[in-house]
Design a protein around this ligand. Structure first.
Ligand SMILES: [Zn+2]
Length: 240
């Protein structure tokens, strides 16, 4: 069956599934957030998925980085991830990028993809992804976690606030504080859901909202966010 492994919900149908098949997503980071985001993007049938990560799998990653197994310790995460994802869905194209993201290489790496999903634990890398996506006018889905809480922000350059408008120079940092693995799974899954909605053009509820999840109370909140007219990254990028 042509679509037997994918969604085939009434709301999506064959045309939606074709749309996903003809789409491409770059996931920056194949760690805790990236593992669940990548799994659901591949399972949904997104036709081309890039996995960008220069790091190798270590034992301390395994509580949350569910694409990597004990036997992968020492292997590059980008290869470990694409290997699992191609077993899950051999009908899609997977592109590992074993490279450290920097201001100098980001534009070239991002330019071939429809959407960039940021699944990293570094504030400075988030800013690089944000600046590059604003320059390229490319949609970015950003997620972050800390302990029992997490946040998601969808950035559409020229339409919504960018990452800098909302967070300035501060944000949760997974590496510094530590996380419960399931929190990464939930936020990564929500990032995949946002990306799928954007690819399908059914993302009406996502604009100008920060999605905040509290695992202790099991609540999800929408917090309204605004563009900063003085933002050094995105001011001047408004749609005419
Ligand atoms: Zn901005």
């Amino acid at each position: 069956m042509r679509y037997s492994r994918q969604i085939m919900m009434k709301q999506i149908g064959e045309s939606g599934q074709d749309r996903l098949k003809n789409s491409s997503v770059l996931v920056v980071g194949a760690g805790g957030l990236g593992s669940s985001a990548l799994y659901y993007l591949a399972a949904a049938g997104v036709g081309r998925i890039g996995v960008l990560d220069y790091d190798a799998v270590s034992l301390s990653n395994l509580n949350r980085q569910i694409l990597h197994f004990t036997s992968d310790i020492g292997s590059e995460k980008a290869y470990s991830a694409t290997q699992k994802l191609s077993s899950l869905n051999p009908e899609i194209t997977l592109e590992p990028h074993v490279v450290r993201l920097a201001e100098e290489n980001a534009e070239e790496l991002f330019s071939g993809y429809d959407i960039v999903v940021a699944a990293v634990d570094s504030v400075s890398v988030r800013h690089i992804i944000n600046r590059t996506c604003v320059r390229l006018k490319k949609t970015m889905v950003e997620g972050g976690i800390e302990g029992f809480r997490g946040m998601i922000l969808c950035v559409k350059p020229g339409i919504t606030p960018c990452y800098h408008c909302v967070y300035r120079d501060t944000f949760l940092d997974e590496g510094a504080v530590g996380v419960v693995g399931a929190t990464a799974g939930i936020i990564g899954s929500l990032e995949a859901m946002c990306a799928i909605q954007i690819l399908l053009g059914i993302d009406r509820e996502l604009d100008n909202k920060l999605i905040y999840f509290d695992a202790l109370t099991m609540t999800l909140e929408h917090i309204s966010v605004k563009r900063d007219e003085q933002c050094p990254v995105c001011s001047g990028s408004a749609e005419p």
